[in-house]
Design a protein around this ligand. Structure first.
Ligand SMILES: CC(C)(COP(=O)(O)OP(=O)(O)OC[C@H]1O[C@@H](n2cnc3c(N)ncnc32)[C@H](O)[C@@H]1OP(=O)(O)O)[C@@H](O)C(=O)NCCC(=O)NCCS
Length: 159
């Protein structure tokens, strides 16, 4: 796992909130207040306590720096920035059954567009697992000597 750099100024202009067309009429958007606790609980259940902690940070930011993907009334994915640290994008996660149909790309594009609109020139994806996802969708490149980087000495609680 390594950190990756994304050049926001190289990305196409466009609205931060990207609609994903298709039969399921999925929608990527920012959540409203009454959804916050349920989103954190969903992230905790599917992706664990650390990502839930980061989602909570992003939901506390003003403006909120977290996007969700909905399929009807179901939450199927989320992405955030300024959660691990300022300037960092992620975590990002899509429910298992909804993967492979462009939801992750739409979430990442919306998040990066929002970072660009808020004044960032670059985004850093921390401790990336699926490097091809970030490089294909956003042209991300490896940052040398970035392991363990920001996460060195992190308090992990009881794994
Ligand atoms: C990574 C993740 C968010 C991708 O979501 P997704 O909805 O399946 O992604 P998409 O369908 O939008 O894929 C976009 C592109 O990335 C590629 N891609 C998606 N997941 C990938 C993976 N795990 N490894 C490599 N490439 C991947 C796709 O092939 C697609 O490429 P293309 O545009 O050339 O066809 C999802 O697999 C996930 O939630 N994984 C578990 C959590 C995780 O690892 N998050 C990243 C933490 S650093």
């Amino acid at each position: 796992m390594t950190d990756m750099l994304i050049k926001l100024y190289d990305l196409p202009d466009g609205p931060a909130e990207q609609h994903v067309t298709g039969p399921a009429a999925r929608l990527v958007r920012k959540p409203i207040g009454p959804e916050h606790d349920a989103i954190v609980a969903w992230v905790q259940q599917i992706f664990g306590a650390r990502w839930a902690s980061e989602a909570r940070v992003a939901l506390t930011n003003r403006p909120v720096s977290l996007f969700i993907a909905m399929q009807g009334a179901e939450l199927i994915g989320f992405a955030c920035y300024d959660a691990t640290a300022r300037g960092c994008v992620g975590p990002i996660g899509v429910q298992d059954a909804a993967r492979g149909s462009g939801i992750g790309a739409a979430l990442l594009r919306a998040t990066l567009a929002d970072m660009r609109a808020s004044g960032y020139g670059y985004a850093i994806a921390g401790a990336v697992g699926p490097k091809d996802f970030f490089s294909r969708v956003a042209g991300a490149t490896d940052i040398a000597d970035s392991t363990p980087g920001l996460y060195a000495g992190m308090f992990r609680g009881q794994d």
